[in-house]
Design a protein around this ligand. Structure first.
Ligand SMILES: NC(=O)C1=CN([C@@H]2O[C@H](COP(=O)(O)OP(=O)(O)OC[C@H]3O[C@@H](n4cnc5c(N)ncnc54)[C@H](OP(=O)(O)O)[C@@H]3O)[C@@H](O)[C@H]2O)C=CC1
Ligand SMILES: O=C(O)C1=N[C@H](C(=O)O)C[C@H](O)C1
Length: 265
């Protein structure tokens, strides 16, 4: 594979700093710059913990113009991630987006823009291979068990709830499950929110605690039995093989792919 020139947005963050390591360690990847909201004019290796000698930009247009990247890896925040993805597509840069918190409307807009530009884009709510399998296995199980609830657990610095993975799991299950209103028909929430979020009748519960990283359990209930499908990420390195796969694949496609399950057959 020929060399892929990469810019990372959110490089100082928990995920971004792992992505910097991944890019530095991968022979056919080249880090050409990073996008931040501070440290304009500095080099990344002037910041503690980094060795990559690349420029830091606070202006994404200037970054794209000066570094001419093939791919933008975005690992920022729900608000800014959307702006960056749009800017990347407008500049002919292929986005690989791990940032979560995109709405259906955002995804539709980005899909349209991708089609207009005719270049690849990947938005992956979860890059961990085990999490992709957890979602795929849940989709299989949902053909046999109509009753399902999702419990996702994350660190307490997470900005969005439910998690992107929780939403994607519910969407994948909804695609194969006959819609069902679960629980007792006369059920009443004594305290609002007690039954969690509701996506097509599937309940999604979000736990936020220090000490956690990223965990999800999908619980199915049937006659006298339950089935639990669980995935745990214990560190951010667990996401990096998926980031690598996404970067390699985004160079070969000319459409928007939402979810790595569409790439890992
Ligand atoms: N798809 C996946 O597999 C995974 C996705 N995620 C998602 O990735 C995103 C990042 O998560 P995480 O690394 O934990 O978060 P962090 O808060 O650790 O990192 C986000 C980084 O983005 C920076 N940032 C904020 N605003 C801007 C901006 N305007 N331009 C450039 N950088 C900016 C932050 O800087 P500062 O700290 O100064 O604000 C910070 O360095 C989240 O949306 C999370 O849900 C997380 C894990 C796995
Ligand atoms: O914010 C996180 O940490 C994570 N976010 C993603 C999500 O919202 O699903 C992926 C993973 O769960 C970690």
């Amino acid at each position: 594979m020929s060399e892929v020139k990469i810019v990372i947005a959110g490089a100082r963050g928990r995920m971004g700093s792992e992505a910097v390591k991944l890019v530095e360690e991968t022979e056919h990847f080249q880090l050409v710059g990073v996008i931040d909201h501070k440290n304009e004019g500095m080099r990344l290796n002037e910041l503690e913990g980094f060795t990559a000698d690349v420029p830091i930009y606070t202006d994404i247009d200037k970054c794209f113009f000066e570094t001419n990247p093939d791919v933008l890896i975005d690992l920022t925040t729900p608000e800014i991630g959307k702006v960056h993805t749009k800017k990347a597509l407008q500049n002919g840069v292929r986005p690989v987006v791990g940032t979560t918190g995109f709405s259906e409307k955002d995804l539709n807009e980005l899909q349209q823009l991708t089609e207009e530009k005719g270049i690849g884009a990947i938005i992956a709510p979860n890059f961990a291979i085990g999490a992709i399998l957890m979602m795929k296995f849940s989709q299989i199980a949902a053909k046999y068990f109509q009753d399902v609830e999702i419990i996702e657990q994350h660190h307490d610095q997470k900005l969005d709830a439910p998690s992107g993975t929780g939403i994607k799991t519910a969407e994948m299950i909804s695609a194969v499950r006959e819609e069902k209103q679960q629980g007792h028909p006369d059920e009443k929430e004594i305290i609002e929110g007690a039954r969690g979020a509701n996506l097509n009748g599937i309940r999604l519960h979000s736990v936020r605690l220090p000490g956690l990283i990223a965990h999800q359990e999908v619980l199915f209930g049937g006659d006298g039995q339950t089935l639990k499908i669980r995935h745990d990420s214990y560190n951010r390195a667990s996401f990096m093989s998926g980031v690598k796969l996404a970067v390699e694949n985004v160079m070969k496609i000319d459409l928007l792919v939402y979810g790595l399950e569409n790439i890992i057959e």
